[in-house]
Structures are given as C-alpha cells and as structure tokens.
Design a protein around this ligand. Structure first.
Ligand code: F6R
Length: 246
C-alpha cells in the first residue's frame, strides 16, 4: 500500500483527483461521507472524467424515503453526477421488497459493467470500508448489513439525531471492493488515526475490515496529518511512503 500524507482534509482533494484522472476510469466507484468531498469538488473542477463514465455507489442506506436528500445516490448526484453533466449512477435498489436479491443484482451489475476501475473509499473509526463492519468476511459480496452502533453515532451528524440514522444498508462486500483494479482510500481527521495506524502496522484481521486492502496490489491511502499522527517517523509534509505487501 502507498501512503500519501497531506496537511489538511482539503489537501486530499487534488491528490485523489489526480490519482483518479491518471487511471482514466470508465467505471468509478464512489464512497460518500465527508472524506471524499474535497476530491469530488476537485474532480468536478478539473472536468476530466469522460461523459460516459459510470459512477457506482459503494453502499446505500435502507429505509430512507425515495426522495430523501440523505440517500447516497442523491448525494453523489449533487456532488458529481449533476455537476459533471448527468453522469450515469449505478447503485443497489434499496426500494425492492427482496433486499438480498437487490444486493445480488447490484453485484451482478458491477460485474456486467466489467468491474470498477478505481474505487474511492473512506474509512470508519472502527476500520470499516463501505458498511462492512468489523467481523465481516474478507470474501463477502454485496450484501445487506446492519450498521455498528458507533457508525450510526458518527453519522448522526448528517441526520441531526441518532434516531434518524438508518440501521441497515446494502454495501459492496469486501470481496467485491477487492475486485476494483485500483483503490484510493481517503482518511481525514484524528478520529481516523487508530484505524490508519492499525491498517499500516497490524496484520490483516476481520476486526479491521480495511486491512483486507493489504492483499490488494494497487492501493493508495491519502491521509491528512491528523489521521496519521499515530504513525511514527513521518518526515515533513508531503511525504510519499510505500509499504511492502505482507
Ligand atoms: C460511505 C461509506 C463509509 C464512509 C466512512 C467514513 O459511503 O461507505 O465507509 O466512507 O464511514 O465516513 P466519513 O468520510 O464521513 O468520515
């Protein structure tokens, strides 16, 4: 895994956007939440994504009204799809009565698209990627999942109250994420420091879902200094650190 450290959350944007542009993705996997927002603003500003690019959601809440602005599809539409000229957005159909079959259909849709060229990820305080919470199998495919208590607590900031945060989602599985040809993980803020330190210093374990990425050959972590403050020995910014695959 490569680690690129920048000063502030804002500074992650140009680095991530540059990495994405280098890959000229046909299919771009997109996480939501605060971490990738600077990157999405920069991707829109650069305007380098081809109009035929398909944006594929990493996950989607279950139980929100179809018109809810909190839906991840709506967020990606606002942040990227719309500003870039109505890019096609794919995601799991969380309105289906049979949710496991909606998850399986999204897994198939990703395969039919030929797979994800570049997957942008955030990371949870507990090391989740997508909504694959600790304990999720490294080989999991797209599935219905229950959000961990701390994930709901962290995401309450977007909803105004804990009670309003959905309890379930459909998420790409860890095995699904690992099929992406390249992965860029964004981590910002000191609340991510333990997860980032564990990602780079501990052996892979299902207790830290992101650690599955240690088995992927093309992962770049773009993190701000606060998220890296537990990693010792970093020279002054920006630094480019490469860690051997285990
Ligand atoms: C969102 C997602 C989550 C977030 C993670 C970090 O689509 O899959 O894994 O990336 O919870 O969220 P932020 O960036 O808001 O701290």
């Amino acid at each position: 895994m490569h680690l690129i450290v920048v000063d502030t959350p804002f500074d992650t944007g140009p680095v991530v956007a540059g990495l994405v542009a280098d890959h000229r993705p046909r299919v771009l996997g997109v996480a939501t939440g605060s971490s990738p927002e600077p990157a999405y603003r920069e991707i829109v500003r650069l305007g380098e994504l081809a109009p035929s690019t398909v944006l594929c959601l990493l996950d989607e809440y279950i139980g929100l009204a179809p018109g809810s602005a909190h839906r991840y599809r709506a967020q990606i539409e606002r942040q990227m799809g719309g500003p870039l000229g109505a890019l096609r957005i794919e995601g799991p159909d969380v309105d289906r009565a049979d949710l496991p079959s909606a998850a399986a259909a999204y897994e198939q849709a990703l395969a039919d698209l030929g797979g994800v060229d570049v997957q942008i990820l955030g990371i949870g305080r507990n090391g989740h990627i997508g909504f694959n919470e600790p304990g999720t199998s490294f080989s999991s495919r797209t599935h219905v999942t229950t959000l961990a208590a701390e994930t709901r607590h962290d995401n309450a900031r977007f909803f105004g109250s804990l009670a309003a945060v959905p309890t379930q989602s459909i998420t790409q599985g860890l095995g699904t994420i690992m099929r992406a040809r390249a992965i860029v993980l964004v981590a910002a803020g000191s609340s991510k420091a333990v997860a980032v330190e564990s990602l780079f210093t501990r052996p892979p374990s299902i207790d830290l879902p992101a650690s599955v990425l240690q088995f992927h050959g093309e992962v770049t972590v773009v993190a701000d200094r606060a998220a890296c403050h537990l990693l010792e020995g970093l020279p002054p910014h920006p630094v480019y650190v490469t860690q051997e695959q285990p």
